[in-house]
Write a protein that binds this ligand. Sequence first.
Ligand code: FAD
Length: 398
Amino acid sequence: ARAHVVVVGGGFAGATAAKFIRCYDPTIDVTLIEPKSAYITCPASNWTLAGLLKPARLQVDYRALVDDYQVRLIGDRVAAIDADRRKLVLADGDSLRYDRLVLAPGIDFDWQAIAGYDAEMAERFPHAWQAGPQTELLIRQIQAMPDGGRVLICAPPDPYRCPPGPYERASLIAFWLKQYKPRAKVVILDPKPSFSKQKLFESGWRRHFGYGTPAASIEWLSIANNPVVRLEAAGRAVVTDFGDRFTGDVLNIIPPQRAGRIAAQAGLTDGGGWCPVDPWTSRSRFNEFIHVIGDAADYAPIPKSAFAANSEAKVCARAVVDLLKGRPPPEPHWLNTCYSLIAPDHGISVAMVYRLNAGRIAPVPGAGGVSADSPAAAALEAGYAVAAYRNLRKDSFE
Ligand code: FAD
């Protein structure tokens, strides 16, 4: 009989895995299970806040995976995994057997972390950390805000999806405000003492937004060890552990994160809420027939990014094919690149190559770094950021 691989979740991780398993070995049947008929990319979603891209342009469908790679698509949600029987149950009640399962459900939010903030409240105070209606709600709120108003971004604690994301978001909101509401500003409330690409962001903020001066339109407040613990919806305020209170005309609250719910339900998460894996094969530490990739899995120090998810998916696809054929998978390497725009003509990036060192994932010395801090480099990087987004989409979904 032909081997059957089921991939759960059609984000960057799952789509890439489905495609590359079919590319590496077309004799293997691949079924992708994803409830949404169109996927909306988080990458580039911050660009829509500055009006650089229409939200509709973030959509990508699964037609190429189905038509060009013969991936079988099921438009449903996985309700349960019966790991002992290697069986899945779908929300509509159907069940499905697998030889190997690739789990890529992305993130879930920790709704316990901030009292008064839950999925329902997110309809009033968007996180916009899963792109789509949430992103559009944030755009509308910023557009409706008075000039002189304040956008408060509550950044999440580590580890979370897209480490530079909150800071790119602050930059592009500030860029939009500068043109349409020049007296307004963005305040980032951060439970971390430092953040990704901080020097480059701060340098860009000085150049574009008067950062560090009384006229600054971006402010970064580190509230390390004093995280936001409560939302006061009526006063549009958040309150920290020590009782400090911060208000905003628009509140963008990005809660702490963990692996997508199905991973925890299936007993594949650890105390930190993420899925531990054997990096060489991407197999779950808790089940040898289930591979976990993308944001849901713990590949630290590789950050949770779409680029990394794509790279983890390729390593996984190769391991799945080799294990099904009884061959040892080759030694893996992973790549990550995170581009951010500070303004349309100002890009910055961080890149790294990773490999195993004594069984643990480690950066390859000298193989990465951040982009140069100069106007010429920033202009080039802005072009690369757009190209990188297009390439990543194409490589994952087409
Ligand atoms: P997801 O993209 O979340 O996909 C998971 C999929 O699984 C979803 O489609 C979901 O519907 C499905 N799913 C969940 N549960 C089930 C279930 N039970 N049954 C079936 N399906 C299920 N990364 C970059 O590399 N570059 C960037 O520029 C960048 N910018 C970003 C900007 C923002 C504002 C944000 C929030 C993120 C950004 N990222 C960026 C990070 C990137 O979005 C994530 O790292 C990436 O989406 C992870 O892919 P994934 O496949 O693991 O998860």
